[in-house]
Design a protein around this ligand. Sequence first.
Ligand SMILES: C[S@@+](CC[C@H](N)C(=O)[O-])C[C@H]1O[C@@H](n2cnc3c(N)ncnc32)[C@H](O)[C@@H]1O
Length: 329
Amino acid sequence: MNDDLRVLALRLLERKPPPGPVLPPRVLAPGTLPALIKTLARPQTPPDPALLASLCLKYFYAYVHPDSLGTDVSLDALTHLAGQFARRRGGAPQLAGQGDLRRFLLHHGFALQMLVDLPKTVHLLTALLTLAVPGRQGGFLGLDLGAGTGILLLGQYLLARRAGCPAPTLVGFEHQPQVAGRADALLAALGLGRVRRADATRVGTFAGLPDGPVACVTNETLPSAGRRLYKEPFPAISAALYAALGPRLTATAFLPEAVWVSDRAGRNWLRLAPDNAFAGDGAGQDRPLRLAFMRDVELAGERIPVARVGEGLAGLLAAPWRESLCRRW
Ligand SMILES: C[S@@+](CC[C@H](N)C(=O)[O-])C[C@H]1O[C@@H](n2cnc3c(N)ncnc32)[C@H](O)[C@@H]1O
């Protein structure tokens, strides 16, 4: 195929992104990303879903365009980037001549896809901000296992600050090198924490952390509803975490607080929680955990099927955008 034909063939795959703004305009909070973080770090600011959705979208923009950190990015610009992201595979007129950006969006697609599922990510952040953690006296060491863009570390930063801890120590582990590098640069630029490129299923990954109890662990390495656990590394990461740091996890707040799995027919259920090192209690467990089927999570004390996380928050995204951006589980 000659080059002209190739270009024409690729153009046939192009579609426009969904129409209209990505958020209903009333949802978007004004201000730069650092200003919004400062506002949400104050315990007096209610963790309103619209504020958290604005936070996620501005963080998404800063992850892709780090030079924008000091800018109050407009809804038009946020929508433009969301459209480029939604059409990263098939192409769109908005991506014409932007090969580097398109490659970036493709290489970081999995992590960004989690972040821009605003209903689910906002639900997770809301639940994170309800966790009981030590305040000013206790210090705060927080870990994010499978950090992706680092959005849950940002959530832990808000949790610690809102609890009265002025300078939490936050460390994420992420095994995709390009994602770890980008998340680390952004969190470091914001002065919030660091992300290390590492495999969190290895006990050695947890060596060299600061001493003392771990205040909070976030671990969203879970498959979709009805898929077997081995599709994602949650059991292996939990095993490595407890082998490395077990005695330091007795008072730790976890997100999710617990995970429910079952056999295919839904007859035998297991609750994976801190009291069993997220490995189940052994009772009725006749098959390896990794063969169990993913079902529910506990968030803010409530047990919810994973597919229904974020259900009440769909209105944070404008209706035409929901199908292309809601892909976390
Ligand atoms: C479902 S995403 C969640 C990302 C982020 N925590 C969030 O909530 O948006 C899981 C992340 O874990 C990373 N991951 C998977 N296996 C890992 C491992 N063994 N060690 C470190 N990171 C891993 C993936 O690359 C991915 O970025």
